[in-house]
Design a binder for this molecule. Structure first.
Ligand SMILES: *[C@@H]1O[C@H](CO)[C@@H](O)[C@H](O)[C@H]1NC(C)=O
Ligand SMILES: *[C@@H]1O[C@H](CO)[C@@H](O)[C@H](O)[C@H]1NC(C)=O
Ligand SMILES: *[C@@H]1O[C@H](CO)[C@@H](O)[C@H](O)[C@H]1NC(C)=O
Ligand SMILES: *[C@@H]1O[C@H](CO)[C@@H](O)[C@H](O)[C@H]1NC(C)=O
Length: 268
């Protein structure tokens, strides 16, 4: 009496197991952690998000691929139809883009047209059939590099000397550190401004030198948290000479060349 029942139970178990094996699965979500928008349009590398999955033609009934940005659906593709782009991404995704001629993969990737700072966020790729659904999410930070990066010092009319580091028109808000003889200065005064339309930041960090008569080395370091983006520049300060030559108001800036060099070294 027990024998057939046991067999049915075992068969059921095996079928369940098989179904689990052929289940739809995303093997690789290609969302870069950060993407830097080159201000020179001719030098921009394309921004493409990819979603790799294995799917059996036999199990593909009802296949739909969706991309979401911060949980809002922005893209939908059904094989043998054209992709559809939603909301504010309309006109900003290349619907003709394709990485493969395979019927079930042709329009799985997202290629952006002129990405903007506000494309930062969580991206989810979701694939589904009548039987199965799978999704994966990753965060992408868009970076807009600065138009200005300068380290310098200034003698105030009251005799104090202020060291400053300015970063202009950058996105997102960076961390700006001032270092004197390779020691990070903790008591800096920070000024931050946000540009209305673009959302880009201007940041200025300032510090009054406690002893302006000795020789020192100033450094300014700019980083964007959770990305590789880093700028650094350095300049000498000749306290003794500065004191002897000091006029009422003077501004000293480090050269633009060292800034450019620092960027070239840290960006790649
Ligand atoms: C798909 O189905 C066809 C016919 O139903 C069958 O011949 C083929 O072996 C199946 N392929 C796979 C990979 O299961
Ligand atoms: C990004 O900003 C532009 C211009 O301000 C706006 O038109 C668009 O809707 C925004 N996109 C997103 C995803 O917030
Ligand atoms: C000199 O002026 C600056 C502002 O320009 C101020 O921050 C600083 O405290 C002043 N120094 C002294 C010694 O009063
Ligand atoms: C921000 O910085 C840029 C470049 O340094 C400058 O042109 C612009 O005037 C600044 N904006 C504000 C609001 O200070």
């Amino acid at each position: 009496m027990d024998q057939p029942r046991g067999l049915i139970f075992k068969t059921g178990f095996i079928l369940l197991f098989l179904q689990a094996v052929t289940c739809l699965e995303i093997s690789n979500l290609r969302v870069p952690p950060s993407y830097s928008i080159n201000r020179d349009e001719t030098e921009r590398t394309p921004l493409v998000l990819g979603c790799d999955y294995a799917i059996d033609e036999n199990e593909s009934k009802g296949f739909v691929l969706k991309w979401k940005h911060n949980d809002l659906q922005i893209y939908q593709w059904i094989p043998s139809r054209n992709p559809v782009v939603f909301s504010s991404f309309k006109g900003h995704i290349d619907v003709d883009y394709s990485e493969s001629d395979d019927r079930l993969h042709k329009h799985s990737a997202l290629k952006f047209i002129n990405p903007m700072a506000n494309y930062t966020g969580k991206y989810t790729c979701q694939v589904q059939t009548y039987h199965s659904v799978a999704s994966q999410t990753a965060h992408m930070q868009i970076i807009v590099p600065e138009t200005d990066f300068s380290l310098g010092y200034q003698r105030e009319t009251n005799g104090s000397t202020i060291v400053f580091c300015n970063v202009g028109e950058i996105y997102p808000l960076p961390e700006v550190s001032l270092l004197i003889d390779d020691e990070k200065v903790s008591d800096v005064v920070v000024f931050e401004q946000v540009q209305d339309y673009t959302g880009y930041y201007n940041v200025s960090v300032q510090h009054i030198l406690p002893d302006q008569n000795k020789n020192m080395k100033f450094d300014c370091e700019v980083t964007i948290p959770e990305t590789d983006y880093k700028l650094r520049t350095s300049m000498p300060y000749e306290g003794a000479a500065f004191r002897a030559n000091a006029a009422a108001l003077q501004v000293f800036l480090c050269t633009v060349f060292s800034v450019t060099l620092a960027r070239t070294l840290t960006l790649f």
